[in-house]
Write a protein that binds this ligand. Structure first.
Ligand code: AMP
Length: 186
């Protein structure tokens, strides 16, 4: 089973992606993690990525999609893709990539959360992880970018009948259980 996982910042999509990967024996591929590794390099490109990500903005698609595609090509088994696509244009790119590589995308899991809970969660995570993109202003911007750029993807995949909506307000354990149950019956 190949999955994509989408959700606003603070929805816990990264945590769920890791847990689902373990339970379902999938490789967790996170574009945010791949980019954070590239951003930690002491080079002009690393600095540019740190600046963009520190502002909570999207990294140019040319930078991220090649890295994600190479990673997916290097896998033997199935995957759960977390953080990509972020825009409808990226979703179209990924569909072409899947078709070219004979990869079947089964389901797009969408975690749903109110802006208020998303912002509260990110503020508490900011304290724990000290992430540069978790300051109050940047958090607001990231949520706004999610609504504007990323949410339209849900309609895009709805037309393909691939969307599985999950309430991301409960605890980590309850969300995981709900996701596994709904995947089984989809
Ligand atoms: P995430 O860990 O998915 O929240 O991603 C962290 C940051 O990495 C985002 O705020 C973006 O700056 C960047 N990023 C991750 N994936 C993408 C993508 N597919 N397109 C553009 N920027 C991305």
């Amino acid at each position: 089973m190949n999955l994509i996982i989408i959700g606003p910042p603070g929805s816990g999509k990264g945590t769920q992606a890791k847990l689902l990967a373990q339970k379902l024996n999938l490789t967790h591929v996170s574009s945010g993690e791949l980019l954070r590794a590239a951003a930690s390099e002491d080079s002009p490109k690393g600095q540019l990525l740190r600046d963009i990500m520190g502002r909570g903005e999207l990294v140019p698609s040319e930078t991220v999609l090649g890295v994600v595609a190479d990673k997916l090509k290097s896998l033997n088994g199935e995957f759960i893709l977390d953080g990509t696509p972020r825009t409808v244009a990226q979703a179209e790119f990924m569909d072409d990539f899947f078709a070219e590589n004979k990869i079947v995308l089964d389901t797009v899991i969408v975690y749903e959360l109110t802006d208020q809970i998303a912002q509260e969660r990110m503020m508490s995570r900011a304290k724990l992880e000290n992430r540069a993109d978790d300051t109050p202003e940047v958090i607001k911007d990231r949520v706004a970018i999610y609504h504007k750029e990323t949410e339209p993807i849900i309609e895009y995949y709805d037309k393909q009948g691939k969307v599985l909506r999950i309430d991301a307000a409960p605890s980590i354990e309850v969300i995981l259980e709900d996701t596994l149950k709904k995947l089984e019956t989809k």
